[in-house]
Design a binder for this molecule. Structure first.
Ligand SMILES: Nc1nc2c(c(=O)[nH]1)N[C@H]1C(S)=C(S)[C@@H](COP(=O)(O)OP(=O)(O)OC[C@H]3O[C@@H](n4cnc5c(=O)[nH]c(N)nc54)[C@H](O)[C@@H]3O)O[C@H]1N2
Ligand SMILES: Nc1nc2c(c(=O)[nH]1)N[C@H]1C(S)=C(S)[C@@H](COP(=O)(O)OP(=O)(O)OC[C@H]3O[C@@H](n4cnc5c(=O)[nH]c(N)nc54)[C@H](O)[C@@H]3O)O[C@H]1N2
Ligand code: SF4
Ligand SMILES: [Mo]
Length: 837
């Protein structure tokens, strides 16, 4: 593996990064054994001086495993698995086992560094500065830039590097006090948007925010079949694989829908290779078959969906009693959330063809129409059926490239529930990715396959509402920031136009933490060529010289996870997880909390940052919300883990939409939507036609990765990524033990495609399109669908012989989802000309 960019990469933007690894020495292992197996073995009886601390491993692999951090003489010697309350969540993986090498990584940043004056950003010329100098410079830049361009010109950008109360709480507090802008992540938002659109935003049933709401994976064993839609559980959700495997061993069938013959596909009873970006079509086809066979669950449709509601052709809204001329009646009750009087204005439905109020005991029709004062109204279910006819089954079979027999076989399986549909994040990584989730849920609603054990559609990931998420007294002591809220995928547009939805926007400073956007966000070129050059100052807080840090003006070396006390509040275990401080940060590293606390007085905000880290956590985990959960600070410190949603993973797994209750405006599943809103406000806005179409299931081809796209004649490969076992995104990128197994960027190609292109197995290739290129080693694999290329994501630019994967993707986005389209990418491939080097 080369740590240097090659000048022969025929790539423009790269050459700067040659020397980015400036603080690094040789990649020798420090304080660790030489093999993963040795590390995994139980150590002999702990030596007398050993101290064991509770650590929480917290990249966003969704796991948040509890680890024992074994410390000798102030140094971490190893990490081992620690128990979770629910034994099924006690686990550790190869990354968790190799923390020692992360902590003592010779490439770890050791002290604050400033870009050498007069050198280009990304040129890799750094000078060491003291913390006082670094923080004084940052404070004066914030003040100078806010003075020149307004408070909102300073922006903070974060992603999923670490979601914990301490780090996010402290930054949120600083951001609010500065009235700075927030650059919000656009990751996995297709499925988030699609779920909210039809099934509602789920807060509860306890105090967790179900950002991705499905039944807990421990419930999969209660299904007849598990169907994964673009989820590679064996690799990307390694901590959940045993749950799927145990279900299989108990007789549950596994169907895998994935263009690629993945690891999990190799374990499946049925693998259905699907054309990339076409899952919505398959779901629409399955719904057609359900209806043809009259297999729909009419009772569920009547009681729990908007099927019986009458939609007015005039304005697309549901018919209410007020439309018949009867004014809404004040019930005398007040809505506890809005504090508004609750008005009684029932929906009007047909029952035996007669127009009636939808009240308890009414048995509504789900088909039919009614004309009220000349306005035609139709049952929402009729509109759904019509929308599903956008393409015929034959067309769907040819567009998805799935034989009709297989579609029928899959229909047999989905009808014979309960089915646990395990959705991954592949299908939603295309521009049309919102509909893939909403049509999946609609298929389940049609079959009544929701809200019960074994019956689910979606992913499972939540945020605890105590701590930084739900304590504005801590995160916004003087009220919310008056700055702008810009989606990261929209930042390029805002910077280019200086406008955000009619408001002048002059983003001139970025402070990036827990994020590596030049690597993990689409369109690296948008950052290197447009966003970063428009900034007067860029600060990155990280523990390593990431691609993003390399393009900054000031790099702050942060403390890693076991070097501070912290409470993690996100993930698939739905728990607050308490992490003890095991060691002092090495070198001059500092926690984000301490950095902000030391910076604050220089900004005149010292009075707001007088708490210690422990006091700040205590503040966030006290009061009615945490106490109601039994998740007050003292309990967390004592017990290390408190679940924030109902149920118990093993004995009573969480069931999404239990009993068919949906947190939507109507309280029902809304496969038809009265109100269609983008996820967040962004520059590209939907047209009235798009809003109309968005109300019901519909298929739109991917923006780019679709062979009908004229661009396909130039760039005939769909470029897809996979989550590597050896990194979480760009984290653990240098860990020697893992690099032993996984030494350099690769791209997997079907041998037939490779031969057509004159590409040999294990030879270097360049994947390229108009936006950029990446050089990697080609690996022949029959598992790869012809016409596609698959690369494991997360290598830093400096680890490629040239370019980088995110140079190839674009910042185009769907106006509703406002998401990164990681897989909606076309490219071509050729032998790399620098290969003979
Ligand atoms: N080891 C490791 N684990 C991780 C992460 C990591 O970086 N490393 N990242 C974490 C994060 S933040 C996330 S969001 C999750 C993601 O979890 P997953 O979504 O399970 O992970 P991916 O590897 O992206 O798998 C997506 C799958 O979708 C397939 N796919 C691509 N296009 C389509 C399509 O059009 N239709 C269908 N049906 N399938 C398609 C791909 O071939 C791939 O197998 O993983 C988490 N876990
Ligand atoms: N090509 C492609 N790219 C993708 C995806 C894909 O499918 N394909 N998936 C995307 C998805 S779903 C996600 S969620 C993103 C994740 O994107 P990111 O969140 O940007 O990725 P990470 O590499 O996990 O973390 C970023 C940085 O956070 C740092 N960090 C960790 N803990 C802390 C801390 O406590 N403080 C500070 N200051 N920094 C910390 C790490 O060192 C790391 O460098 O990647 C996305 N990128
Ligand atoms: S990387 Fe994820 S699965 Fe592995 S130990 Fe850490 S939290 Fe657990
Ligand atoms: Mo993600």
């Amino acid at each position: 593996m080369s740590n240097q960019a090659s000048p022969k990469a025929s790539l423009s933007r790269r050459s700067f990064l040659k020397t980015a690894g400036v603080v690094v020495g040789a990649t020798a292992a420090v304080g660790c054994g030489s093999s993963l197996v040795a590390m995994a073995e139980n150590a002999p009886q702990a030596a007398a001086q050993e101290e064991v601390y509770r650590g929480v491993c917290r990249p966003n692999c969704f796991g948040f495993c509890h680890l024992n951090v074994h410390v000798h003489d102030g140094k971490v010697m190893k990490t081992t698995r620690a128990p979770y309350n629910e034994a099924c969540y006690s686990r550790i993986c190869q990354r968790g086992l190799s923390h020692v090498q992360r902590i003592y990584d010779p490439q770890r940043l050791q002290y604050p560094m400033r870009r050498v004056d007069g050198t280009e950003r990304g040129a890799g010329q750094w000078e060491r500065v003291s913390w006082d100098e670094a923080l004084s410079e940052i404070a004066s830049k914030i003040q100078e830039i806010q003075g020149k361009y307004g408070e909102a010109s300073v922006a903070f950008l974060t992603a999923s590097g670490n979601q914990s109360a301490g780090v996010t709480g402290a930054y949120s507090r600083l951001l609010a006090l500065l009235n700075a802008s927030n650059i919000g992540p656009c990751l996995d938002m297709g499925s988030y948007y699609g779920m909210n659109a039809v099934a509602g935003t789920a807060v509860g049933p306890m105090l967790g925010y179900m950002m991705w709401n499905g039944n807990e994976p421990t419930d999969a064993k209660n299904a007849k079949t598990i169907i994964t839609w673009g989820a590679n559980v064996t690799d990307a959700q390694i901590q959940n694989w045993h749950l799927v495997k145990e279900a299989q061993e108990a007789g549950v069938k596994l169907v895998v829908i994935d263009p690629i013959y993945t690891q999990i596909a190799s374990k499946a009873d049925l693998w259905i290779p699907i054309r990339p970006g076409s899952d919505t079509l398959l779901k629409m086809g399955l719904m057609q078959i359900v209806l043809e066979r009259e297999a729909q669950d009419v009772e569920f449709l009547k009681a729990h969906t908007v099927a019986p509601f009458l939609v007015k052709e005039s304005d697309g809204m549901f018919l209410r009693r007020s439309d018949t001329g009867v004014a809404p009646v004040d019930t005398g009750q007040v809505d506890p959330t809005t504090q508004q009087p609750i008005m009684d204005d029932p929906f009007m439905v047909l029952a035996g063809g007669q127009l009636v109020e939808l009240r308890d005991g009414v048995d509504p029709d789900i088909e039919g129409s009614y004309s009220l004062g000349g306005v035609n109204c139709r049952c929402a279910f009729d509109l759904l059926k019509e929308s599903l006819q956008q393409y015929s089954l034959d067309q769907i079979s040819s567009m998805t490239e799935i034989p009709m027999d297989t579609i029928n076989q899959l229909a047999d399986i989905v009808i014979d529930g309960p089915v646990y549909h395990y959705e991954g994040y592949g299908p939603q990584a295309y521009n049309n990715g919102g509909q893939t989730t909403s049509t999946g849920l609609t298929l389940c609603a049609l079959l009544g396959n929701l809200g019960k054990p074994g019956a689910s559609y979606g992913a499972f990931w939540g945020l605890g509402l105590a701590g930084s998420m739900g304590d504005p007294t801590y995160t916004a002591p003087n009220g919310p920031s008056t700055g702008l809220n810009i989606a990261s995928v929209d930042l390029k547009n805002v910077v280019e136009t200086g406008d955000f939805l009619g408001t002048p926007a002059n983003i001139k400073m970025l402070w990036i933490y827990s994020a590596n956007p030049l690597n993990t966000h689409t369109d690296t070129g948008a950052f290197t060529d447009i966003i970063i050059p428009a900034m007067e100052y860029v600060v990155t807080a990280d523990s390593m010289m990431t691609d993003t840090a390399a393009y900054s003006d000031m790099v702050l070396p942060i403390a890693q996870w076991f070097e501070l006390q912290e409470i993690a509040n996100a993930g698939q275990c739905m728990s607050y997880n308490f992490n003890e401080k095991a060691i002092e940060p090495p070198y001059e590293c500092k926690s984000d909390f301490d950095i902000i606390t030391e910076l604050a007085p220089k900004l005149g905000l010292g009075d707001y940052f007088t708490m210690t880290n422990e006091e700040a956590l205590e503040h966030q985990f006290s009061g009615p919300l945490p106490e109601a959960l039994g998740a007050d600070y003292a309990t967390l410190k004592e017990t290390k883990q408190v679940r924030f949603i109902m149920g118990n993973a093993e004995t009573a797994p969480y069931i999404a939409y239990e009993g068919g209750v949906f947190p939507t405006a109507t309280g029902r599943f809304e496969f038809y939507r009265e109100t269609v809103l983008p996820r967040v406000a962004a520059t590209v806005q939907p047209t009235p036609e798009q809003i109309q179409a968005e109300r019901l299931p519909h298929f739109e081809p991917p923006l780019e990765a679709w062979p009908e796209n004229p661009l396909y004649s130039t760039y005939p490969f769909v470029l897809m990524s996979e989550r590597p076992r050896y990194r979480v995104h760009s984290q653990w990128f240098a860990t020697p033990l893992l690099r032993e197994i996984d030494p350099e960027p690769i791209v997997k190609i079907n041998p037939a495609d490779a031969q057509k292109k004159g590409i040999g197995d294990q030879t270097y290739v360049e994947c390229f399109n108009d936006r950029g290129a990446a050089v990697a080693k080609a690996i022949y694999s029959e598992a790869i669908r012809p016409g596609t290329l698959v690369y494991p994501k997360g290598w830093q630019l400096t680890q490629h012989k040239g370019g980088g994967w995110s140079y190839l993707s674009s910042t185009e986005y769907d106006p509703f989802i406002v998401n990164n389209n990681f897989m909606d990418v076309l490219c071509d491939i050729r032998p790399w000309e620098g290969a003979d080097e």
